[in-house]
Design a protein. Structure first.
Lengths: 463, 476
């Protein structure tokens, strides 16, 4: 199958960039061309890290290439980040497989449009997505006051309606979207990650020595960009409360922190700075040794866009006991409730916990239990780690994900392009000729511009 | 969020500050002295005699003696000798005085001009001061509203930020709680499903044991009958619906009282969705086949059973699969798990209780897992339905209260029970509230009317509620 694949790619520091480079390496039976954001210049194309068998191109080249030699399928890796904005003009015109990494696009879409002074278009998209909602809610976002309210209006309607098939990485979200958008094809692609242990040649002891962590310490590691979403403020508070009773517990925070979030300042304020180690940005190649140095990993996340965390999967693959936030879309993973030491799962037959969960409404209490119990109980850590590794092997390998992708490709290739809803905001269906006419008129010419008629393009695709 | 007393305290403080400011402004305004009445410049120097004085200051001739001769000269010299010095001094004095006066004319003029100019300047400065004062007052008055509006806009911005932060915080807190509840719900639903399945298994086991026990007892009774005296009282056999009524008469009865075929069809439409996707549905008491036809239109395979020959013939005439026979006898004859659904509309009230219980137990086994049972009947808890409909039909055997039928269905092993109340009694035909004329309203009258209307509601609730109901269950 000849596939156009829209996604950021490394060295872009986005999780989806790493994800794409990993899965593309497993889909080599297809002729895949990756289209990256070249809005800022061709450097993005030239600078992309090569992926065997995949040609990397600038998104601006997609239209003529597709017109000349149509792709069998266009795949969009869409998430709630500005780096995905460049895909929107294509995904609303060239229907394909939309892999929705976040079921929450409000913030990124709003930011992208507002930065381009297209507030009116943002309002139009909001009004279309939520015709019964108060229109002035969009004004809150425009004024920069959306905050947590944005999560009530995730704004995924347009990409879902534009897609032939929508794929998501958890079954709960697939069910939710299918219920919200009846008649749309929603597929669940299990999220896979490479074997984390395969590349671990590093010495955990060396990492500990480097950061002054005693050998006997039980290290709770947190990986990735250090933001409030990682729940570390709660972890620090819990650590401050139980610190004296678990003197061996240490918190190792691996990742760069934005200027507005000073974790060490919080730790100093709580008097536990000596229990916390921050590394700052760590190169991807060095991550395995840091992962090896951790006894437990904290994979907390709030708020959520119903994303499935690849970072968490990597920890499972590494056989680490993991601690996650108790989120609705993760309830099919057997998790341990440390308050009752019972296994919680939507599969009542599940008896082996894969991880430990922390409820949002009882987080500090449960984090205290996590820190105390997992520090003092090496047998439990060991049991959880082995179960984590087994879970990864059964549910989250690259082979599993590649298989699901193949099925999604087959499905999306046969599904006809959906009809564009009549009520779509006008800017989504504008073909650009009006702008071109204005430009030519400004240049003093009157060129008879009309819609492009691309070979092999359907009427729905025609820009 | 401010407390109410806090808001009041701030209002009082604000008013006091306003008052103090206005009083200070008024005092400031009044403290500025009124523009003083400045003196006029002195009158102009009087020069009216100056010319005469200049003319007359010389009292001596230029050389009074020189022109005289003789005695006159001598006399003049004598007189001059006597008076001349005094006259010369007088003239010198006059000359000095006039010279002095002449010299001071300019000074006087300049002095007056200077005084006049000074007064003009002072007056001008005072006027400027007065203007400045006026403008200062205006400025102070203007700055009040300026500060007020500035404060207000900053206050609004602060409030907006606070409100937004608060709203965002509340939204986040709400979502955290919601998320936790949904996560718990996911697991509870799974647990309930498992529990439901377990209960179904237990119920099924109980029913099987019951059937086995009944069979064993029946075998024992048969053995005893064959070998000994007959029992004092045989178990009552179920009574079927039209033993005592001629079949054709019931058709006529149905036509007269149940409503037209179109009415019935309209009413039954609501049940079609329950059997969507099912197959081999049994319509027990299929009557004229209205529901069978609806199912056939949607491609749902079904067959009907009716004890009334004329009804069955009516169905067959429409090409519908209908069979004649007794309900119990028929479902006992078909294999377990062979039915994809069962509906009995206005049928179960024709069954005696033991027959109904046995029928439900058997129906449970004949239905496939996942299939539905629908039992619609008259609602005897509605008095109108009981007196006007139930007892009108002489083939009705036993009125079934909704809760009774629901219990029996649950007790037979069915789950996911739904009770649907149907055929609401028309509102305009119910007892109506009394209305008190506005001009006649007095408290006793209002109380009386209120009590009366409450009683109307109570009577309506028991007499004119829903004429029919249906119990829907599922075999898990």
């Amino acid at each position: 199958m000849r596939i156009a694949w829209f996604s950021p790619l490394p060295p872009h520091r986005s999780g989806i960039a790493a994800y794409s480079s990993e899965i593309l390496a497993c889909l080599t039976s297809h002729a895949i061309e990756a289209f990256v954001d070249d809005g800022a210049g061709r450097e993005a194309v030239a600078g992309s890290r090569p992926i065997a068998g995949v040609a990397v191109r600038g998104a601006h080249d997609f239209v003529w290439r597709h017109a000349r030699h149509p792709y069998d399928l266009v795949v969009y890796q869409l998430g709630n980040d500005l780096c995905h904005n460049y895909m929107w003009p294509y995904l609303v015109r060239y229907a394909g497989l939309v892999v929705l990494h976040d079921a929450q696009l409000h913030q990124a879409r709003a930011r992208a449009l507002i930065l381009q002074h297209r507030e009116t278009e943002f309002r139009a998209e909001f009004a279309y997505s939520y015709p019964e909602a108060e229109a002035r809610i969009a004004d809150l976002t425009v004024a920069g006051l959306g905050g947590a309210l944005c999560y009530f209006w995730p704004m995924v309607r347009i990409p879902v309606e534009a897609a032939r098939v929508v794929a998501v990485h958890n079954a709960y979200l697939a069910r939710e979207l299918a219920g919200e958008f009846p008649g749309r094809m929603i597929r669940h692609i299990r999220l896979g990650v490479p074997d984390s242990l395969a590349s671990t040649a590093a010495s955990a002891a060396e990492v500990r020595r480097r950061h002054g962590i005693p050998d006997e310490a039980v290290v709770f590691g947190c990986f990735g960009r250090v933001t409030p979403e990682k729940g570390l403020t709660g972890v620090l508070r819990a650590l401050a409360q139980v610190g004296p009773s678990v003197p061996n517990a240490r918190l190792l925070v691996v990742g760069e922190a934005p200027s507005y979030f000073d974790l060490m300042a919080q730790a100093r304020e709580l008097g536990i700075a000596d229990l916390v180690v921050t590394t700052g940005y760590v190169d991807e190649a060095a991550l395995p040794e840091y992962l090896a140095a951790a006894d437990v990993t904290l994979n907390l996340r709030w708020p959520t866009g119903r994303e499935t965390s690849a970072a968490w999967m990597r920890c499972l693959a590494a056989g680490k006991p993991t601690v996650i936030t108790d989120l609705a879309h993760l309830t099919d993973v057997p998790s341990l409730d440390l308050r009752s030491m019972t296994v919680a799962c939507t599969d009542p037959g599940a008896t082996e916990p894969v991880c430990v969960h922390v409820e949002l409404i009882d987080d500090i209490n449960m984090l205290r239990l996590v820190l105390r119990r997992l520090t003092e109980d090496p047998a439990l850590r060991d049991r959880l780690g082995r179960a984590a590794r087994r879970y990864w092997a059964g549910h989250a390998t690259m082979t599993v994900m590649a298989r699901d992708y193949e099925a999604a490709f087959a499905s999306a290739a046969t599904v006809p392009n959906p009809a564009r809803p009549e009520a779509w905001p006008a800017h989504l269906t504008a073909d650009g000729t009006a702008t071109a006419r204005a430009l030519t008129a400004a240049a003093g010419t009157d060129y008879p511009l009309g819609p492009v008629s691309g070979a092999g393009m359907t009427s729905a695709e025609r820009p | 969020m401010f407390a109410e007393d806090d808001i009041e305290r701030r209002r009082v403080e604000r008013e006091a500050a306003d008052r103090a400011y206005n009083e200070a402004l008024t005092a400031f305004d009044q403290a500025f002295p009124k523009l003083p009445e400045l003196p006029h410049p002195p009158v102009a120097y009087d020069e009216s005699q100056l010319a005469a004085l200049n003319d007359r200051w010389g009292i001596l001739a230029a050389n009074p003696v020189n022109d005289l001769r003789g005695w006159r000269r001598r006399l003049a010299l004598l007189v001059w000798g006597l008076f001349g010095p005094a006259l010369e001094r007088q003239q010198a004095f006059n000359a000095t005085l006039v010279d002095h006066l002449n010299r001071n004319v300019d000074v006087h003029r300049a002095t007056r001009a200077a005084i006049e100019a000074t007064l003009g300047a002072v007056r001008g400065e005072l006027e400027k001061l007065e203007t400045f004062h006026t403008k200062l007052i205006l400025y102070l008055q203007t700055i009040t509203s300026f500060v007020d509006t500035k404060d207000r806009s900053e206050h609004i911005a602060t409030l907006t930020n606070l409100t937004n932060a608060g709203l965002s915080g509340v939204a986040d807190e709400f979502r955290r709680r919601w998320e936790s509840m949904v996560a718990r719900e996911q697991r509870y639903v799974a647990a309930v499903d498992e529990l439901r399945t377990s209960i179904a298994n237990v119920q099924q086991t109980g029913l099987m044991l019951k059937r086995e026990l009944e069979r064993g007892l029946a075998g024992a009774t048969a053995g005893a009958t064959a070998s000994g005296p007959a029992p004092a009282a045989a178990t009552a056999l179920p009574v079927s619906r039209t033993d005592s009524v001629n079949a054709y008469k019931y058709v006529c009865f149905e036509n007269k009282f149940r409503g037209s075929e179109a009415d019935i069809r309209e009413r039954l439409l609501t049940y079609v969705e329950i059997f969507e996707g099912a197959s081999n549905v049994l319509d027990l008491g299929c009557g004229r086949g209205e529901f069978l036809a609806l199912l056939a239109e949607r491609g749902i395979s079904a067959h009907g059973l009716d004890i009334n020959h004329e009804m069955v013939e009516a169905c067959r005439a429409r090409g519908l699969d209908a069979r004649e026979g007794d309900a119990m006898a028929y479902i006992e004859s078909i294999p377990d798990g062979s039915l994809g659904g069962l509906i009995a509309v206005q049928v179960v009230e024709h069954f005696q209780p033991p027959y109904l219980v046995r029928f439900l137990d058997t129906a449970y086994h004949k239905l496939r897992p996942g299939s539905k049972i629908v039992l619609e009947t008259l609602n005897p808890s509605c008095w109108f339905a009981f007196f006007e409909a139930y007892i009108r039909d002489i083939t009705h055997a036993w009125p079934l209260h909704p809760e009774t039928l629901r219990f029996l269905v649950v007790a037979s092993g069915f789950q996911r029970i739904e009770l649907r109340l149907l055929s609401p009694y028309p509102s305009d035909a119910k007892l109506q509230h009394a209305r008190v004329p506005a001009d006649a309203a007095s408290l006793p009258m209002v109380n009386l009317m209120s009590a009366f209307n409450e009683n109307v509601d109570k009577v309506n609730d028991v007499m004119f509620s829903y004429l029919d109901y249906a119990v829907v269950g599922e075999r898990i």
